[in-house]
Design a protein around this ligand. Structure first.
Ligand SMILES: Cc1cc2nc3c(=O)[nH]c(=O)nc-3n(C[C@H](O)[C@H](O)[C@H](O)COP(=O)(O)OP(=O)(O)OC[C@H]3O[C@@H](n4cnc5c(N)ncnc54)[C@H](O)[C@@H]3O)c2cc1C
Length: 398
């Protein structure tokens, strides 16, 4: 969009300055003038009482014919023959979107010897599965997966393509969007279809979680979005469903791929999987020092859960970033979340408040975390945590 001010209609009232979200983007002397801080959002135009501000839509020369693109696709992330939960969550969500559009839902499955997994895709709502198999796809690698999916998009033209915002999804979704010349909305928390335009409404938090922005991709296809694990609800699978399996013979060969997998370190992947954990014990600044994090780890271990952290604990260098829960960390929704020495800032809550049961341990009875907690323990975590760990150990042994 481009914004123009018609000088002869401007009465220099300054109303546009109040309407503009970008300080310094408009200066008013005899008439209003746009500065280089203007990003052309057009928020000023509606406010102008003399209609002296005009917003002109720029023609998108690379716009595609949307009618050529059909179907909702979900990338089926799998590792060692196990589908990531987020892919099943996205199939469940994709089913609703496809029904609203009156189109089909497809899973896009890459791997080596993974044909069997297509039955899970059908059970979670897919009508079709695009299957790309071969030794070159055994492990996720940016080059091979990007190339194969771009080829599929060019051939079959989906209107929507969804990815889990996992390490892999984040790694290659943006790359695919650039290659096929479309947009990507990362970390959506809500997806819907606009009744009139049939466009995908991609909603995600913006400006530190203070605003929810709904983003559209009107001229390019596919409309692409990533969604974090546990944001969408997984439907009950129906294994009586079946669908169409479309094998795609990808031209990608091993010699085209610049990275080689030398070794897969299993241990690291097992201990870090916060997003999939059913029980999480997290520690915040209230743990006081890095050496006290073992209290969190001990309770997590006895409960068979994972250990998480707030950003304050991560920023202090006490806990590695991969354990961070929240807006700029992982989104989790375990059965049980135990927040220890965490105040309950909105950015932390954004990543855990849909947990089934929340237990908060905090020495400040006024801490905001208690507002979202199912159960609260007011006390010093250094005393409470060893007692809880001891009790759960006893129960487990009994
Ligand atoms: C853009 C942006 C993104 C952000 N993203 C995230 C994010 O992803 N995740 C996140 O967590 N934060 C995030 N934050 C930071 C967030 O705003 C808070 O600063 C942070 O969550 C605070 O962490 P905390 O609760 O551990 O620390 P504090 O707010 O300092 O709270 C510590 C709590 O510990 C309690 N306490 C102290 N000692 C004890 C004790 N001995 N026993 C029991 N309780 C005790 C205190 O009463 C207090 O409530 C983000 C901020 C911004 C601006």
């Amino acid at each position: 969009m481009s914004v123009k001010i018609i000088a002869e209609d401007c009465v220099a009232c300054g109303v546009c300055i109040d309407a503009c979200p970008f300080p310094g983007a408009i200066e008013v002397n005899d008439v209003a003038v746009l500065t280089d801080k203007c990003n052309g959002c057009g928020a000023c135009a509606d406010s102008c009482p003399t209609e002296a501000i005009v917003v002109e839509k720029k023609e998108d020369k690379n716009a595609v014919n949307a009618a050529d693109y059909q179907g909702v696709w979900v990338f089926i992330e799998q590792r060692d023959g196990l589908i990531a939960n987020v892919a099943l969550e996205l199939l469940s969500e994709g089913r609703k979107l496809a029904d609203k559009l009156g189109t089909h839902l497809a899973g896009v499955l890459l791997g080596d010897g993974v044909t069997e997994l297509s039955k899970h895709c059908f059970a979670y709502g897919a009508d079709k599965v695009y299957l790309v198999e071969g030794a070159v796809f055994k492990y996720y690698r940016t080059d091979s997966y990007t190339e194969a999916i771009c080829n599929l998009i060019r051939q079959y033209k989906p209107e929507i393509l969804l990815f889990g915002a996992t390490n892999n999804g984040r790694d290659f979704a943006a790359r695919i969007a650039v290659r096929v010349d479309t947009g990507l909305t990362a970390d959506c928390t809500e997806l819907a279809i606009d009744q009139e335009s049939k466009l995908l409404l991609q909603t995600r938090p913006a400006f530190g979680g203070n605003v929810m922005a709904t983003i559209l991709c009107p001229n390019r296809r596919p409309q692409m979005a990533t969604v974090r694990p546990k944001v969408m609800k997984k439907l009950e699978p129906d294994y009586s469903r079946s669908g169409q399996l479309i094998r795609y013979d990808s031209p990608v060969r091993e010699e085209d791929v610049s990275t080689k997998i030398l070794e897969v370190v299993e241990h690291a992947t097992k201990t870090l999987n916060l997003a999939e954990a059913e029980i999480i014990v997290s520690g915040g600044r209230g743990i006081g020092a890095p050496e006290n994090y073992y209290l969190i780890e001990q309770l997590a271990e006895v409960l068979g859960g994972a250990a998480g952290a707030s950003r304050a604990a991560v920023d202090a260098g006490w806990v590695p970033h991969y354990r961070q829960v929240g807006q700029t960390g992982k989104t989790v929704a375990p059965k049980l979340y135990i927040a220890c020495g965490i105040s309950g800032a909105i950015q932390h809550l954004a990543g855990m408040q849909t947990s089934d049961v929340i237990v908060a341990i905090n020495k400040d009875p006024e801490a905001p975390i208690f507002k979202v907690a199912t159960y609260g323990i007011v006390g010093d975590l250094q005393k409470v945590l060893p007692l809880l760990t001891k009790k759960f150990k006893e129960l487990k042994e009994a």
